[in-house]
Design a protein around this ligand. Structure first.
Ligand SMILES: Cc1ncc(COP(=O)(O)O)c(C=O)c1O
Length: 420
């Protein structure tokens, strides 16, 4: 096995780079993926089930184990000296996320355990409400539970007032979001890809522009788009992005992030200051000066807070390295082909499907009791999950067409047998 670190102490992944190099530079091909990339996942592929819940909990590389062990080795062996490589790895995590979502500055990304903490940091950074009383947030009924719950809690506690954009058969009308912008709005919170339906908001740039015309900030939840569709947060113009690693990034729970558009990262005291702060946001964290005024670190470091969850950077490193090597554009192309293949096989088996256009990485099978259908599929050896009236199916580079063919047959059989 290759040495896990390069000379700077940052994890490096020569075996991933050479596996991906062996794929050539063209579109991804199943035969080559099986030969070169699947061996990087030997542990998780030893499971007997067929796994189509890649949109939920991404499958880890074998390397995740030794990377996490590397964190522990540094701790046991070096104690206090471990902080150097630990924090270097955290910076590498920030750089990898920044590159993934099209940000030109590493410090534009700060680690957070979850996406919701990123939202809270933004809610707690809003400048004075425009109406002088209460911040006005525009959001949708299609946001993930964590985001929905945080916004409702702020609303119930009298911290914000909210305009909720409804869904229509689960889908958002992007024009309706744009029309909801008016000069009273302080913050817009919307998903780039909707978690329940996979709907891709292909007018996200226009939503951001409309928010800006109204003098509002805009936060995009990129949990289902980062690593799925090629994207540039700087091109989209969003002020903030939130996401995490446990799905498409194959990085496990705890390695979330908040991204801040570089326009908000002036040197010195930044114009937006969040209350979600702590000693890692200080001007000189390890100087231990205790000025009466809290002096912030420059740029994005001012958005850091308490002692960070360093282990998350180790968990997430291999998945991000693989993503970078493969390239999101190639992965997207492959995913579109796999989804089309699976949709064909389901149609051939007379299984009803719902194809939201455009969409992210998964497709939907409607059911009168989707959770029950998903449970029945699990008993049949097929891992999926359910949201609302649909079972979600997400193939990835570890699923073969033969497996997808079998999965379609299993879904047809189980659905009919269970009357679901
Ligand atoms: C769109 C979206 N946002 C956020 C999250 C996770 O939020 P948190 O990290 O706050 O638990 C998920 C998880 O499924 C999600 O799908």
């Amino acid at each position: 096995m290759s040495t896990p670190t390069d000379t700077a102490g940052i994890l490096s992944f020569p075996e991933i780079d050479s596996a991906v190099e062996a794929l050539g530079s063209g579109p991804l091909q199943e035969r080559l993926l099986i030969e070169h990339v699947h061996p990087l996942f030997s542990r998780v592929l030893a499971r007997t089930e067929s796994y189509l819940a890649n949109h939920s909990l991404g499958r880890p590389l074998d390397r995740a184990e030794s990377d996490v062990a590397r964190f522990a080795t540094l701790w046991q062996r070096d104690m206090d000296e471990a902080w150097g490589p630990w924090l270097a790895e955290l910076t590498a995590f920030r750089a990898r996320i920044a590159a993934l979502i099209g940000l030109s500055r590493t410090d534009a990304v700060v680690s957070k355990p979850g996406a919701g903490q990123g939202l809270r940091a933004v809610l707690n950074a809003l400048p004075r409400p425009k109406d002088g009383k209460l911040h006005h947030v525009v959001t949708t009924r299609a946001e993930f539970d964590s985001i929905d719950f945080i916004i409702k809690t702020y609303q119930e506690q009298g911290r914000i007032r909210v305009t909720w954009i409804a869904t229509h058969e689960g889908l958002l009308d992007q024009e309706e979001i744009i029309r909801a912008m008016n000069p009273s709005v302080d913050l817009v919170v919307v998903s780039h890809v909707v978690f329940a339906t996979g709907q891709l908001l292909d007018r996200a740039d226009q939503i951001v522009a409309a928010a800006h015309r109204a003098g509002s900030l805009c936060l995009l939840d990129m949990y289902h788009s980062a690593g799925v569709v090629p994207l540039s947060m700087e091109a989209l113009g969003a002020d903030f992005g939130i996401g995490g690693s446990y799905k498409y990034l194959r990085g496990g729970p705890g390695a979330g992030w908040l991204a801040i558009h570089p326009r908000h990262l002036s040197e010195g005291q930044p114009p937006l200051r969040t209350l979600d702060t702590g000693w890692f946001a200080k001007k000189d964290t390890f100087g231990f000066a205790r000025d009466e005024r809290p002096l912030l670190a420059p740029g994005g470091d001012a958005w850091m807070e308490c002692t960070p969850f360093v282990l998350g950077a180790y968990q997430a490193a291999a998945g991000l390295a693989l993503l970078r090597s493969l390239g999101v554009d190639r992965l997207r192309e492959y995913s579109v082909g796999q989804q089309a293949f699976l949709a064909d096989r389901l149609r051939a088996q007379d299984v009803p499907i719902r194809l939201v256009e455009p969409r992210g990485a998964f497709l939907l099978v409607p059911s009168k009791d989707a959770p029950a259908l998903s449970r029945a599929l699990k008993l049949g050896g097929l891992s999926t999950d359910a949201r609302g009236a649909h079972v979600r199916l997400c193939p990835d580079i570890l699923n073969t067409r033969e497996e997808l063919d079998l999965a379609a047959a299993t879904i047809a059989r189980v659905k009919t047998a269970a009357g679901l």
